[in-house]
Design a protein around this ligand. Structure first.
Ligand code: G3H
Ligand code: ZN
Length: 287
């Protein structure tokens, strides 16, 4: 069932668990994530970066694929199709294409411009019943060409953006896209706590979910995080399983080169990673 992410995240915040956003790249990724959500009776958010949208052939292709899988695979759990780190222009494209949720990442703009653009997009998204995430402070590292400096968000700026009527808020709290470096200082719970005190019931979003220790994830959930984004970890597990298959020479045995066989270990690896994350986030059985 394709839905906006508002209700599932409000329920998650009230129930002290988080819903995973897992980024998709193709049919195998999307099917693996949807089946895992269904098997575990968990709500789920499919994240699409601008780069991944382009790679898959465009936003209409993505919407068609996701709606088709939901129907033909009998996916009845709540699923949101969400633009990840969207620019102003791409938020409009996804709203038009039939996404059920968008993220406007205006974190690189001066706060006044972030506020003005976010305000306009809130109206455009809500007019169509689409949920909208905004970002304050930047997530460190790089994801699909989106580079962040990793500054912790200013809680007052978070409140200014939250007050615009967005549905959930991403705030930089020392989180980084991709693998965490050995000298990473950890999440700033002081910043998160200050943000949650000022933003009340607003579900908070933790980006850079790959490789954050379980205790930190659970503490973040206890401080108001209701959505956690995971991308790199699925890529790493897909790549490792595919490498294992090829290095064992399985692609050379019988019909092992058939893409339906060649991509199967990676597909299963994504399923295992997504299930593990859903267990840690506490979303299993919450659909
Ligand atoms: O927006 C998506 C993410 O924040 C994913 O981060 O690749 O570090 O898991 P990650
Ligand atoms: Zn992110």
């Amino acid at each position: 069932m394709l839905v906006s992410a508002t209700e599932m995240l409000q329920k998650a915040k009230a129930g002290h668990y988080a819903v995973g956003q897992f980024n998709i790249n193709n049919l195998e990724w999307t099917k693996a994530i949807l089946l895992t959500a269904q098997e575990n009776n968990s709500p789920v958010i499919l994240g699409v970066s601008e780069g991944a949208g382009k790679y898959m052939g465009g936003y209409d292709v993505v919407v068609g694929m996701v709606k088709g899988l939901i129907k033909d695979q009998n996916i009845t759990v709540p699923v949101a199709l969400h633009l990840d780190h969207g620019s102003y222009e791409h938020c409009y494209k996804c709203i038009e294409a039939g996404f059920s949720s968008v993220m406007f990442d205006g974190s690189h703009y001066p706060i006044e411009e972030n506020v003005a653009k976010t305000k306009e997009l809130v109206a455009a998204a809500h007019e169509k019943g689409i949920s909208i995430e905004a970002e304050v402070g930047s997530i460190g590292g790089e994801e699909d060409g989106v580079v962040g400096m990793g500054e912790c968000a200013d809680p007052n700026e978070c409140k200014a953006i939250a007050d615009l009527g967005i549905d959930f808020l991403a705030a930089g709290i020392g989180n980084i896209h991709g693998k965490y470096p050995a000298n990473w200082q950890g999440l700033s719970f002081e910043t998160l706590d200050a943000i949650q005190k000022l933003t009340g019931d607003m579900p908070l979003v933790l980006h850079g979910g790959t490789g954050i220790p379980t205790e930190m994830i659970q503490k973040a959930i206890s401080l108001g995080v209701a959505k956690i984004n995971v991308n790199t970890e699925c890529q790493l597990s897909f790549a490792a399983a595919t490498r294992k298959y090829i290095e064992a020479g399985k692609d050379l045995e019988g019909k092992g080169f058939d893409p339906r066989k060649l991509l199967a270990p990676g597909f299963e690896a994504i399923k295992a990673t997504v299930k593990e994350k859903m267990e840690i986030f506490g979303s299993i059985g919450k659909a």
